[in-house]
Design a protein. Structure first.
Length: 129
């Protein structure tokens, strides 16, 4: 018995654009200062602190990364981009995107979830090419 081939997914039914389409719409990266320009010893000035914060890369939106409630075992909490900020009020954040309420739910997921930085089980790599 021969296995049956699946019909290709119609292009108009795809929910999200390919990853390369998402990233091409971002503004050009700012010229980064060399980190060695910061003092290696002693305290930094408030101006140097502000320059460091201004040098942070832009984050994506929840829509751009397809942030949603997880339906499988892949969840934000297993991702290398996810971390919990300590202190008085603990909150979860992500390196690559910022939701409107600025809190990342550990039971949600995005297309770029990865536990090792090498495998992206939810990213459709075929769409990228």
């Amino acid at each position: 018995m021969q296995p049956r081939a699946l019909d290709p997914v119609p292009s108009d039914s795809k929910k999200n654009p390919p990853a390369h389409e998402i990233f091409k719409n971002l503004s050009a990266p700012r010229k980064r200062k060399k980190r060695d320009s910061l003092p290696q010893e002693g305290r930094v000035s408030f101006q140097e602190y502000e320059e460091l914060l201004a040098d942070r890369p832009q984050k994506l939106t929840a829509e751009q990364v397809n942030y949603r409630k997880a339906e499988g075992e892949e969840k934000c909490r297993i991702c290398i981009h996810f971390f919990t900020q300590g202190g008085g009020e603990r909150r979860n954040t992500c390196e690559i995107f910022r939701p409107e309420n600025e809190h990342v739910d550990s039971e949600f997921v995005c297309d770029f979830v990865t536990s090792d930085g090498k495998k992206y089980p939810l990213l459709d790599k075929e769409e990228e090419e």
